[in-house]
Structures are given as structure tokens and as C-alpha cells.
Design a protein around this ligand. Structure first.
Ligand code: HEC
Length: 246
């Protein structure tokens, strides 16, 4: 009769284990081949609780908003290509969630990430951006590579230094890098040259330049379709509000 309670106990324990296994909160492991599936937000979460947000940028970390989105904005995510509302082949590269899903980015998996595959493609018929557009630079490809290997997360950090802004030390370079290819010294686009202190100052006072770089609904963003990184926009606006010191 000693076996009777043992059997009951075993049945009870097995039932308990079964019930508990049904209450498990963790997702079931992904089947082989779809590990790190980017469409699974549990495995590849948008890192909204990133402890680094609002803190200095760590030198070894790739931050999506600072390092990756600007590359995509400048080379892919504009109207007619992979911008919002003009997603060629259904690929929209204008924000993190769309990049992960429509760019088919798989955290830690370079071979499985379509986005990485097309930017490193050697076949001119398949490479992105397609010729005659210039390929991404080696440094840009390396950033995207490291970002994927670091988990393709939506990290943010802030090292925008807006203290003591001056035209010669801070502002001039922003205009040189982002505007003078069109608004240069000779024959400038829209008759607007932005190559000297006086020209930049006059443009800020007499045109809608601030609205244009912020991309308000009033007028299309400048540079056309390729908004600058937030730090540049903030710096120009703060410099303007502080009286445009040369
Ligand atoms: C790829 C070329 C290109 C680049 C780069 C570019 N612009 Fe423009 N910009 C244009 C064109 C074209 C126009 C005229 C059409 C329009 O207003 O949208 C224009 C117009 C403007 C105007 C309106 C001028 C007026 O008199 O109303 C402002 C202000 C301006 N750009 C500022 C900038 C600033 C600031 C930058 C850099 C942060 C910049 N643009 C970069 C092509 C460019």
C-alpha cells in the first residue's frame, strides 16, 4: 500500500509542473533560423528604458539616433527612394521601427540582415544606393555593421555641446557641411549664399532659414529631403537666440 501515496504524489507533481509551464511568462524559444527575429519585439526591443538616454555617449557604443539614422537620411530615406510614403519595394528607412521591419535587420546577424547585405553588395545591379549614387563610405558601413552586431537597438545619447557657440568655431562648419554644396559663393541656389558670417546672419534675419532647417509644415526642410542631425539644428537656433556671435 506504500506505492499508492507515491503514485498520487507523482501525478500531483507532474500536474503541477504542467500547470506551471502553462503560466510561463517568457516567450517560447524561437525555432532555429528565426532566432533574433527582428519582428519579435520581445527579442529585439525598442530600448525605451535605455539608461544612457540623456547621458554622455559611450565611445564604444553605436547610437541609432546619432549614428545610424543620419546615414540613412542622407543616402536612402528621402522622397522617391526609401522615405516615408515613397517606400521602394516596401522598404521605409525613415525611422527605427520601419528600418528594423522593412529593412529586415536581424540583431547580431549580418548575413541575415537585408539592409547590411545590400550596402555591402558587389553586384552593381543589387548594391544600395544604386549607381550613379555613391556607395556608403567604409566608415558608414562599419557603423551599421557594429550597430547590428551590438544588437541593432534603438539607443539614444546626447553629447550635443551648445555652450559658447560662435560662428567661426561652431556654426560655420555646419553650414559648410550641409548647405554650401547648393548655397555656395558662386551662382548659389535660390540666390542664397551661405558662405560668410554676414550672409548667414542676414539669412537668419531675413529668410525662413530656422523654419526650413527644423522642417516645419510651413516650408520643405533644408537640406531638401535630408534633415540635419538634431544637434546642428539646436546649435543654430541657440546661436541665433544668443545674438549670433561671430
Ligand atoms: C541639395 C541642394 C541644397 C542644399 C544642400 C541646401 N539647400 Fe536650401 N535650397 C535649395 C533649393 C533648390 C531651394 C529653393 C527651393 C525651396 O525654397 O525649397 C532652397 C531654398 C532655401 C531657402 C529659402 C530661400 C529664400 O529666399 O526663401 C533657405 C532659407 C535655405 N534653402 C536654407 C538652406 C540651409 C540653411 C541649408 C543647409 C542647412 C540648405 N538650404 C541646404 C537647395 C539646397
Amino acid at each position: 500500500m506504500a506505492t499508492q501515496p507515491t503514485l498520487k504524489k507523482t501525478v500531483f507533481l507532474l500536474t503541477l509542473v504542467f500547470i506551471l509551464s502553462q503560466c510561463k511568462h517568457d516567450p517560447f524559444p524561437a525555432p532555429p533560423g528565426v532566432i533574433n527575429n527582428p519582428h519579435d519585439t520581445v527579442q529585439n526591443p525598442v530600448d525605451t528604458n535605455n539608461p544612457q538616454t540623456g547621458k554622455p555617449c559611450h565611445p564604444d557604443t553605436i547610437y541609432y539616433s546619432r549614428d545610424i539614422q543620419p546615414i540613412l537620411n542622407a543616402n536612402c530615406a528621402y522622397s522617391g527612394c526609401h522615405g516615408q510614403g515613397s517606400s521602394q519595394n516596401g522598404v521605409n528607412l525613415s525611422d527605427y521601427n520601419s528600418v528594423i521591419t522593412t529593412g529586415d535587420v536581424r540583431a547580431g546577424n549580418l548575413d541575415g540582415s537585408d539592409l547590411y547585405e545590400v550596402i555591402t553588395e558587389t553586384d552593381p545591379d543589387k548594391v544600395m544606393p544604386p549607381p550613379p549614387n555613391t556607395r556608403l563610405s567604409a566608415a558608414e558601413v562599419a557603423k551599421i555593421r557594429t550597430w547590428i552586431l551590438q544588437g541593432a537597438k534603438n539607443l539614444d545619447c546626447d553629447d550635443c555641446d551648445t555652450a559658447n557657440l560662435r560662428y567661426t568655431t561652431n556654426i560655420k562648419a555646419i553650414f559648410e557641411q550641409n548647405c554650401v554644396s547648393c548655397h555656395g559663393a558662386t551662382n548659389p541656389t535660390a540666390g542664397l549664399s551661405l558662405t560668410s558670417y554676414t550672409q548667414v546672419k542676414d539669412a537668419l534675419l531675413n529668410t525662413n532659414l530656422l523654419q526650413r532647417i527644423k522642417g516645419s509644415s510651413v516650408a520643405p526642410v533644408m537640406p531638401p529631403n535630408r534633415p540635419m542631425i538634431d544637434c546642428n539644428v539646436r546649435s543654430i537656433e541657440k546661436w541665433f537666440n544668443e545674438g549670433m556671435i561671430e
